[in-house]
Design a protein around this ligand. Structure first.
Ligand code: COI
Length: 363
């Protein structure tokens, strides 16, 4: 028995319209018929778990989140396998990270079981919205977005004693439109995303808000994403606007910036480190400078670079741009990048055996 009471939508999206949306969903533009909700108050704790019709929220204009950004979120995907079943990937890691984010943002932690159940209950109600891939290159899924925010009506600066947790779901194609061609990255030199002791490791809306001015600058320079370096020296690589970063070396090393407290502990990042090891590469998590990247490309030692994340999966990087330099990394996706990408997608879509038990059945 689910903890989540199901309040069915009286007028769900008609099938022809749903199919039309699924055929060309883009990313993050369309939403399913339901959403999961759990409320928290100091007196009752987490209570009132429901899956109910998707729709606008009514918030008091004084709700704390609107003023002080006390908000956190997660991102996962539901994948339809060839036999019709629906699975997600390592959701317990998202549940734990959600609680690390909650602790940093002074929000109440959500029991891991409730997090998992919220995904399962929503996806069961909206399972018709999980797209079926046409072939092995069709990267379609149902993107799941759990989030929690301070809903107490109060303008004093202190942790809210009322919080709302929701999960919404959005049918998704690739995050970057077009084929898996390399993207251009802009190096942010004026704007930092995170600093030691800050919220960089947490998945909170504020981090993404702080990245937008740099993201805008990136777009003005024809780049799809922005790269942030460390706030103290602007010397060491950290992460992109919404994804982690890997450099591929000719000798089989696969280097990604060590986490510290200013980089998001990406589930895709972690998984690629494990998969890479199995494929015979040598993953390294350490400090890596922008200069090392430039020198490595010049000497031929660094052969590929890619971004990774739940939304981005594994996306090759073709160009790195800054006001004072431009690094050309290649017009085509690198071999190692594409090998890792296929390995991960094959696992997520159930095309290879799930030896590590990373998949979790939702419907
Ligand atoms: C994800 O990869 O799930 C993210 O949260 C990145 C972005 C869409 C914010």
């Amino acid at each position: 028995m689910s903890t989540f009471e199901l309040l069915k939508h009286a007028m769900p999206t008609p099938e022809p319209l749903r199919e039309k949306i699924l055929a060309d969903s883009g990313f993050g533009k369309h939403f399913t018929d339901h959403m999961a909700h759990v409320r928290y108050t100091e007196e009752l704790g987490w209570h009132g778990a429901q899956v109910k019709p998707y729709g606008p929220l009514v918030l008091d204009p004084a709700a704390a989140v609107l003023h002080y950004a006390q908000e956190i979120f997660e991102g996962l995907k539901a994948y339809r396998h060839a036999d019709g079943s629906v699975w997600t990937f390592r959701p317990e890691l998202n549940a734990r990270r959600f609680n690390r984010s909650a602790a940093r943002l002074a929000l109440p932690e959500l029991p891991e079981e409730l997090f998992l159940e919220s995904l399962k209950s929503l996806v069961s109600a909206d399972s018709a919205w999980v797209p079926t891939p046409k072939d092995d290159n069709d990267e379609v899924s149902l993107y799941l977005r759990p989030f929690a925010f301070a809903s107490e009506k109060f303008l004093g600066v202190r942790p809210s004693v009322e919080v709302d947790y929701y999960v919404i779901a959005s049918p998704a194609q690739a995050y970057f439109s077009g084929t898996v061609g390399p993207v251009s990255i802009w190096v942010s030199q004026k704007v930092n995303r995170a600093a030691p002791g800050g919220t960089g490791f947490a998945k909170c809306g504020g981090n993404y808000a702080a990245s937008l001015a740099a993201q805008k600058e990136a777009a003005e320079h024809g780049c799809a994403q922005v790269l942030f370096t460390d706030a103290a020296e602007n010397r060491y690589l950290e992460e992109l606007g919404g994804m982690n970063l890997f450099l591929v070396y000719e000798d089989g090393r696969l280097v990604t910036p060590a986490l510290g407290d200013s980089i998001l502990d990406g589930v895709t990042r972690r998984s690629l480190i494990e998969l890479a090891e199995q494929l015979g590469y040598k993953p390294e998590e350490r400090l890596v400078s922008l200069q090392e990247w430039k020198d490595g490309v010049a000497s031929g030692e660094i052969t590929e670079a890619f971004a990774c994340g739940t939304a981005a999966v594994v996306t090759p990087i073709g160009t790195l741009k800054a006001p004072d330099f431009e690094l050309q990394l290649g017009d085509e996706a690198g071999e190692v990048t594409m090998q890792l990408r296929s390995r991960l997608l094959d696992l997520q879509y159930g095309r290879v055996e799930d030896e590590r038990g990373w998949l979790y059945r939702l419907a």
